[in-house]
Design a protein around this ligand. Structure first.
Ligand code: ZN
Length: 81
C-alpha cells in the first residue's frame, strides 16, 4: 500500500461520509415534538367541546354565535349575554 492508495481511500471515505458528518443540519427538531402537538390538539378539542355544550342562536337571524361575541357575526345585531 503506497501513499497514493492511502490518499484515494481517505478521499473516498471523506467524500462518502461527508453528507453524514456535515450535510445534515436540518433533522434537529427545535419545535415541539409530535406528541406535544397531539396533546395540544387534544386539549383544544376538549375545550371546544366544552364551549359547544351551550349553543346560542341569534334572535334576529338565527345563526349560531359564540357566547363571548358581542355582536352577531352574520347580521351584526348587538347580542345580550
Ligand atoms: Zn344575527
Amino acid at each position: 500500500m503506497n501513499f497514493v492508495t492511502i490518499l484515494i481511500i481517505l478521499f473516498l471515505v471523506l467524500f462518502l461520509g461527508y453528507p453524514f458528518v456535515f450535510g445534515k443540519k436540518e433533522p434537529v427538531p427545535k419545535g415541539p415534538s409530535l406528541k406535544d402537538i397531539e396533546e395540544e390538539i387534544e386539549r383544544e378539542v376538549k375545550l371546544l367541546r366544552k364551549k359547544q355544550k351551550k349553543i346560542f342562536f341569534c334572535p334576529k337571524c338565527g345563526s349560531i354565535y359564540n357566547p363571548a361575541d358581542r355582536f352577531c357575526g352574520n347580521c351584526g345585531i348587538k347580542l345580550q349575554p
